[in-house]
Structure formats: structure tokens, C-alpha cells
Ligand binder design. Structure first.
Ligand code: 3AM
Length: 179
């Protein structure tokens, strides 16, 4: 099964992020119901390892926290944007949770990309050449006034690739400790 671990966002936030979509030629926007904050992308994992992984993830002890949104940005940089995202204000408890999740995944023998955790919520993927509408989008949404979100759990998701795009299904939720 193809898996990833993420934090869900409330519908109010997802609806807001859906509303700011702009017409950018060649862009593929993440469907509203799939907008999330990825902690780790695992790729294909076999059933036996999934059993072990869920047991280990359940043992993670980490406090809940508040997410505060910053503004729109892009990967890898403004000269060749490929991914448009919304960033988050620094939150040590989020980084600690991501580290614990990643250590747990690695300890189960599942390899991870070595790229450091860079908290973001993907909004759209872009094609080259860079359409000029991207600069306007980043300018318009460089700052975002969104309510903060209380995070009380994280989720192990299955991601099924279909000809219509990925279909995400939550497999198991893991509760964070009270703040
Ligand atoms: O939240 P983001 O967009 O950073 O891009 C995918 C998404 O991350 C990423 O996993 C998250 C949930 O789908 N993803 C998908 N395929 C991937 C791959 N082969 C991948 N990340 C790394 N390698």
C-alpha cells in the first residue's frame, strides 16, 4: 500500500484555501478534500510492516499544538516554482512531532527522503515554463489571515493512484497528548 502520514485541516480552512485558487495556466490544484499537512511520505509499504508501523506510531508521545498559517510560497524557489503552498509559523512541537514520526518510520525499516522537514500545505503543482500569473498569486497571498487550528491528532493515510489522480483514505488516527 502507498502510504503517507499527515495532519488533517478543518473544512473551514480547506474552503478558504479553495477560494483563493487562481487561474494559472498548467496548474493542477489539490482537490479541496485532499488538502493536508504532510509529515512524511512513505511510499509502498507491505502489510506486515504496516502492522508494526501502526503499533509504533501509537506509542508516540507528543503534545498537541496550534498551527498558525503564514502566507503563500513556492518550491523550489520563485525563479522556477513547481509547487505552490501555504506556509506555517514556526512551531517547535510540530517539528518535534515530524521528527518522532520520521524516526518511527525509519525504525520500522521504511526508507524516507533525506530532505529536511519543511512544513507546508501544498495548494497546486505547476508546469514549466513559469506562467506569469504565479508572481501575482504569490504577491496577493504572501500574507494570509486564517484562524489558527488546534492539532490533536495525526493520521496514517493510504494514497491510491488512479487515472483520475490520487485517492486518499485515512487508515488510522493517532492522538496527541493534551497541551
Ligand atoms: O504535502 P506534499 O505535497 O508535500 O507530494 C505528495 C504530498 O506531499 C508527496 O506525499 C504527500 C502526500 O501525497 N509525495 C507523493 N509522491 C511522492 C514521492 N514519490 C511524494 N513525496 C516524495 N516522493
Amino acid at each position: 500500500m502507498r502510504l503517507f502520514i499527515a495532519i488533517e485541516l478543518p473544512d473551514t480552512i480547506k474552503r478558504h484555501l479553495e477560494k483563493i485558487r487562481a487561474h494559472i495556466p498548467g496548474s493542477r490544484w489539490v482537490p479541496m478534500e485532499q488538502i493536508h499537512l504532510t509529515l512524511a511520505f512513505l511510499g509502498e509499504v507491505d502489510e506486515v510492516t504496516i502492522e508494526r508501523l501502526t503499533g509504533s506510531l501509537a506509542a508516540i508521545q507528543s503534545p498537541g499544538f496550534s498551527l498558525r498559517f503564514s502566507g503563500a510560497g513556492c518550491f523550489p524557489d520563485r525563479s522556477r516554482p513547481r509547487v505552490l503552498w501555504v506556509g506555517l509559523e514556526p512551531e517547535p512541537r510540530l517539528n518535534r512531532l515530524a521528527s518522532l514520526v520520521r524516526e518511527t518510520v525509519l525504525a520500522c525499516g521504511i526508507p524516507l527522503e533525506e530532505r529536511p522537514f519543511s512544513p507546508h500545505i501544498t495548494l497546486a503543482r505547476l508546469k514549466l515554463p513559469v506562467p506569469r500569473e504565479v508572481e501575482a498569486f504569490l504577491g496577493d497571498h504572501g500574507k494570509m489571515c486564517l484562524p489558527s487550528v488546534d492539532v490533536r491528532r495525526f493520521i496514517l493515510f493510504k494514497s491510491l493512484l488512479t487515472s483520475q489522480g490520487a485517492v486518499h483514505t485515512p487508515l488510522k488516527a493517532f492522538t496527541l497528548s493534551p497541551t
